[in-house]
Design a binder for this molecule. Structure first.
Ligand SMILES: Cc1cc2nc3c(=O)[nH]c(=O)nc-3n(C[C@H](O)[C@H](O)[C@H](O)COP(=O)(O)OP(=O)(O)OC[C@H]3O[C@@H](n4cnc5c(N)ncnc54)[C@H](O)[C@@H]3O)c2cc1C
Length: 379
């Protein structure tokens, strides 16, 4: 029996995107020479730099896929892929705009009202509006249908109460999209009765409590909603369609180059150290480089699929499982072969610290293997 194709065929045509890639590389080299940033591991989650974001916005590298009438640049997903891949490979500080640019843009374009698009999209493209994701709760991560945050109908809008957790960047973002229950659980249709809301950060009835990571960093938060009022015009999509909307958002969240390049700067530094014989030679390094090369092709193929509006949940799951596992293996490899200077040791330490999150955030590998099994017709 022939297995179905899980990821579309590779597509990036260097003739079409080569000039753009060279332009981004030249800009990053300039910024690096000017000392604007220090390359970091996992910079898309941990390095929040609004000035750097503003610089990218000025060059038209934010809101690239947003139509021009909404203040964007009307470019393709493949072009956005090229720009984001270069930023990630350089370990540039892109956390401020990452969530807004990656998944809020396509979600707004698909489900937002005209007023929401006109309000948020130009600000996102200008690097002036940052978003968080309010899906997970203390007892609800993989099984999002079990969220307990409730939204009750009130005069002119909705009143939200509940607790969101692991909310990256909530203390710095302007808003987050909250998944809440708007109808009681129907055991026969657990995914029904969920809805999404755009909630201001900070805002009345919204308390943001920091969660400090074991390395002392603050990017996570717990966000307590206590009768937070959301006006009708900030309902996101249709009431009751939250599950379908969230799953379509996850395709954008899971397939991008940040799912295999979080430790790329460490891989590059390891290669340099090995070439300079500051660490001992090992054939496993070649395997890691080969895996990254394959993931580049697969992730680019998904970007082209998104451009065609193909369903992307299964290919995105494949890229995320293979990519995040590779990111972690790079951290482990560098940790085992440690050596080099203190800058290198910092990269290794950061990669080892961040490693547990790679295969958890955006859906765990176990859960994604279930998605892939469904794609193969095995469940
Ligand atoms: C760095 C980082 C950033 C994050 N940022 C955000 C954010 O901004 N917003 C947000 O909403 N969330 C965020 N999260 C939360 C993340 O989405 C959840 O951690 C993730 O979905 C897993 O949920 P959980 O932690 O509740 O684990 P659980 O769902 O409780 O899972 C625990 C274990 O059980 C396994 N498991 C669960 N269900 C199954 C199943 N059906 N089959 C097999 N195994 C299963 C899991 O694989 C895991 O190993 C972030 C997480 C991390 C690590």
């Amino acid at each position: 029996m022939a297995l179905p194709r899980l990821v579309p065929p590779a597509v990036v045509d260097p003739a079409q995107t080569g000039a753009l890639r060279a332009e981004v590389r030249a800009y990053l080299a300039e910024q690096l020479a000017a000392g604007t940033f220090t390359p970091c591991v996992d910079a898309w989650l941990t390095q929040w730099d609004e000035d750097f974001t503003a610089g990218l916005a000025a060059r038209g590298w934010l809101g690239m896929t947003v139509p021009i009438e909404y203040g964007g640049h009307g470019r393709s997903f493949v072009e956005r892929f090229v720009v984001t891949e270069e930023l990630l490979a350089a370990g540039a500080p892109v956390a401020a705009h990452w969530i807004a640019d990656r998944q809020i843009v396509p979600a707004l374009l698909k489900y937002g009202t005209e007023a929401q698009k006109l309000h948020f999209l130009p600000r996102i493209a200008r690097g002036e509006c940052f978003f968080g994701i309010g899906m997970s709760e203390p007892d609800s991560g993989s099984d999002l249908a079990s969220v307990r945050t409730r939204a009750h109908r009130v005069e002119g809008g909705w009143s939200l109460s509940g607790t969101k957790v692991w909310t990256s960047g909530a203390h710095l973002a302007h808003a987050f999209i909250v998944l809440a229950r708007t109808a009681p659980v129907d055991p026969a249709h657990r995914h029904a009765g969920l809805s999404q809301f755009i909630v201001d950060l900070p805002g009345p009835g919204v308390e943001i409590r920091p969660i400090i990571s074991m390395n002392g960093a603050h990017h996570f938060n717990e966000v307590i909603l206590d009768q937070a009022f959301v006006p009708d015009d900030m309902v996101f999509g249709e009431i009751g369609d939250g599950w379908q909307q969230v799953t379509s958002e996850l395709s954008f969240e899971r397939s991008g180059p940040e799912r295999f390049l979080s430790t790329f700067v460490l891989l590059a530094a390891t290669t340099e150290n090995m070439a300079a014989q500051r660490i001992s030679r090992d054939a496993s390094l070649g395997r890691l480089v080969a895996r990254i090369a394959g993931l580049h092709q697969m992730s680019a193929a998904v970007a082209a699929g998104l451009q065609r509006h193909d369903p992307a949940d299964i290919p995105a799951a494949v890229v995320k499982v293979l990519g995040t596992t590779t990111e972690g293996d790079i951290a482990d490899f560098a940790d085992l072969h440690a050596g080099g200077d203190s800058q290198y040791a910092d990269l290794v330490r950061a990669a080892v610290d961040q490693r547990p999150g790679f295969t958890l955030r955006g859906g765990t590998n176990e859960v994604l293997r279930g998605v892939i099994a469904r794609g193969l017709g095995l469940r």
